[in-house]
Design a protein around this ligand. Structure first.
Ligand SMILES: Nc1ncnc2c1ncn2[C@@H]1O[C@H](COP(=O)(O)OP(=O)(O)OP(=O)(O)O)[C@@H](O)[C@H]1O
Length: 713
């Protein structure tokens, strides 16, 4: 057989189509009747927010390439034009399915539970009267209708805002009769309005603001006749462009860019499907969009706003059962965490195990007279972050506190600018990392004076220092006072805050320097072992796999006979199961209650297993354009936990797993009798959370999970 060119386009799945496939899996979760009803609603809205981001960033970037006439083709051989055509077609199909599901299944199922959307034109006289009163009091005073004529040009419509286009007849007091007006719905108004149960005729009746304004829109145009009123929403390019090399102050430059974010180039127009074609064409022309950029939807154009129902309605039986994260003994001030760490490393598996221990470590550091310095990277922390509070407490207590705040964390830029400013004001030394490289590494570093020497305590994680997402993102936390790792983390911070050449690392792999090369070397070593006839095995868990050099290395390893399992939640450009290229590679994706987020790299290494936890996906941006860390888990008991809890349990999942096919589609796994269902997240929840009656020791947990160890062999 002729040698296969491993860069051949046929060996790569299109990145955007793969991202849409991920959203299809999320939609399948919404469609799954076994999932509690309000969670199904939440998954439906997640599809919408994911698609928003997809258009704002990915589609915007491809459109830009098309606009610039760039000739480059992607690894899959598609030109930007081809990619755009294909993704639009796939997105249209997905959106159609999403709204069909909404109308035919989800809304009726919610109504059956007394959670009823009071649809336009179906209101009873009492409901109409109540909503009219609401409109007059709460809505009308803040609306500004804009009649279109030469002195009222088409308004500058904000990204993702809800708007109405109104067709009018007759002429107004000034004799103007352009026939069209636009009403922008202010963001300050709630998008969902809940009616009192006696008016709604059900426990939870609600109307959408868009329907309310549509019904009473004539009140904005007295004396004129409203011929039609249609919702629309435009999505704009939201990538921020800061020429980082040229700016003197990144924070101020970003602040300036944020002001323009809502007015980037339009990339998508959504209208309600009742909108007449000429109106839709008019809007398309105003936004400089093509007919295939139009998404006609049978339902609200701002579907993601239904997420408020999930938050407002307290019906625990319609949600996933709550759980108490382990360990049962929530560490408080009475446990000296520094002493615990001197006794041994700690591994935590979130969200099954509580993130509060990491927080408690910073709090104890803030109060501990022996602690001299605390350094931390902050990528996403969330509003009112307890972690930021702990750092502030430490700064007030006179510690040397350094925060590397990543201002460019997408869609968290404004929050991070606020955070950086607050920390600075309290005396924290704040740096924004390295120009041109986002700091995505998750590291916490504490220096403590003990018996005449300095000891370094470190937390390294696969997820953010974000107390809210830590309750539903799966991640590992590794805490240690290992000298060699301490020195490495010290060097990472020296690099992030200072200047200097690349330091030699003892144990960590760091992007953009050693991580990619070492990763490829580790894959190649496995291939070499396979060629020598030794057992060879790679298992990795990632959010995304797109980097061509890594994919090529994996193809080489597969050709050499390495058995490879990849658990990739989202985008995967590697094509598994191609004869002679990737027949030894299997790819699965887990989608479920918790967002799969840990990155784990595991190599059999002829029996001397090597396992890393990491902040980096196998994408060019993570490996080449970000500061990331991968940390080895060397201690056998902890490594066994990472392998069993983070890998084998997921490989055993026959319920929430989707297997990637050679053609790029995904097929959901199902237990074949007599196999029992083995959903990984539920298994881990059962074993690690504090829900169960009797306390479990680490040993018991491990033994339970080790049953699955054979999956790795
Ligand atoms: N259970 C779930 N299943 C699928 N998607 C989810 C789930 N929960 C949340 N999401 C979606 O996942 C998105 C976050 O995913 P993403 O990988 O971008 O995380 P992130 O915090 O940006 O990761 P990182 O910063 O490490 O790159 C959320 O915006 C939300 O829409």
């Amino acid at each position: 057989m002729a040698p296969v060119e491993l860069t051949h386009p046929s060996l790569y799945i299109n990145r955007e189509l793969s991202q849409l496939e991920f959203n299809r899996r999320v939609l399948e979760q919404a469609m799954d009747p076994r999932v509690p009803l309000l969670e199904r609603l939440r998954f439906t809205t997640i599809v919408s927010t994911n698609l928003d981001e997809f258009f704002e960033i990915r589609v915007a970037s491809i459109k830009e390439q098309v606009g610039f006439g760039l000739p480059q083709v992607g690894p899959d051989g598609r030109t930007p034009q081809d990619a755009l055509r294909a993704l639009k077609e796939a997105a249209q199909k997905l959106v159609r399915e999403q709204y069909l599901f909404l109308q035919q299944q989800l809304l009726p199922a919610l109504a059956a539970e007394g959670i009823r959307l009071l649809k336009l034109y179906t209101w009873t006289p009492e409901q109409s009267a109540w909503l009219e009163d609401y409109f007059d009091r709460e809505v009308l005073p803040v609306l500004t209708p804009i009649g279109l004529d030469p002195s009222h040009p088409f308004p500058n419509i904000q990204n993702k805002n809800l708007n109405l286009i109104v067709a009018l007849a007759g002429s107004d007091a000034f004799g103007r009769d352009s026939g069209t007006a636009v009403v922008q719905i202010p963001r300050s108004l709630p998008r969902l309005v809940f009616l009192p149960p006696n008016v709604a005729d059900c426990p939870h009746g609600y109307a959408l603001l868009g329907s309310i304004v549509t019904t009473f829109v004539h009140k904005l145009f007295p004396g004129m006749q409203v011929r039609g009123c249609y919702q629309f929403r435009v999505t704009r390019d939201s990538e921020l462009w800061v020429q980082e090399e040229d700016v003197e102050d990144l924070l101020n430059a970003l602040k300036g860019e944020l002001r323009t974010r809502n007015f980037g180039d339009a990339v998508r127009l959504e209208v309600s499907d009742t909108c007449p074609p000429e109106m839709a064409e008019f809007l398309l022309s105003k936004f400089d969009l093509q007919p295939d950029d139009l998404y006609r939807v049978d339902g609200p154009v701002n579907l993601h706003r239904l997420a408020a129902i999930y938050d407002v309605i307290k019906r625990p039986e319609l949600k996933y059962p709550p759980f108490i994260p382990g360990p049962r003994r929530t560490p408080g001030a009475e446990i000296d965490l520094f002493a615990e760490l001197r006794r041994g490393n700690i591994l935590l598996h979130h969200p099954y195990e509580s993130f509060s221990l990491v927080l408690e470590l910073v709090r104890q550091a803030a109060r501990d007279p022996k602690v001299l310095a605390i350094k931390q990277t902050l990528y996403r922390t969330g509003a009112d972050s307890p972690m930021a509070e702990a750092l502030l407490e430490a700064a007030r207590a006179g510690k040397e506190v350094t925060a590397v705040v990543e201002l460019r964390a997408r869609f968290d830029e404004a929050a991070n600018i606020d955070l950086a400013t607050r920390l600075q004001q309290a005396g924290v030394t704040v740096v924004y990392g390295i120009v041109g490289y986002k700091t995505h590494a998750k590291a916490l570093f504490i220096v403590r004076r003990e018996d005449g020497r300095y000891r370094r305590y470190v937390h390294l994680g696969t997820g953010n220092y974000h107390s809210v997402t830590a309750q539903f993102y799966t991640d590992f936390s590794f805490l240690t006072c290992d000298d060699a790792i301490g020195e490495d983390v010290h060097n990472v911070f020296m690099q992030l805050t200072g200047l200097g050449t690349v330091p030699r690392m003892n144990k960590l792999l760091v992007s953009p320097f050693t991580l990619m090369d070492r990763l490829i070397a580790l894959i190649d070593r496995e291939a070499e072992h396979a060629r020598q006839g030794k057992p060879a095995r790679i298992v990795a868990k990632l959010n995304a796999l797109t980097e061509v050099k890594v994919i090529e290395a994996l193809y080489r390893a597969s050709q050499a006979g390495v058995s490879i399992d990849l658990i990739v939640r989202g985008v995967c450009c590697l094509r598994p199961g191609v004869q002679g290229v990737s027949d030894n590679i299997r790819v699965r994706s887990i989608v479920g209650r918790f967002l799969e987020h840990h990155r784990i790299y595991h190599f059999h290494n002829a029996g001397e297993e090597v396992t890393y936890g990491a902040s980096a996906d196998w994408m060019s941006r993570n490996l080449l354009r970000r500061v990331e860390t991968a940390f080895p888990i060397e201690e056998p008991a902890l490594r066994a936990r990472v392998v069993t809890e983070g890998l084998t349990t997921y490989l055993a999942d026959n319920t929430q797993a989707w297997e990637l096919q050679t053609d790029g589609s995904y097929v959901r796994c199902a237990p074949t009798p007599p196999d029992e269902p083995r959903p990984a997240q539920e298994t881990l929840l059962r074993l690690l959370s504090a829900n169960q009656g009797a306390a479990q020791t680490q040993r018991q947990i491990l033994e339970d999970l080790l049953v699955r160890q054979d999956m790795l062999e």
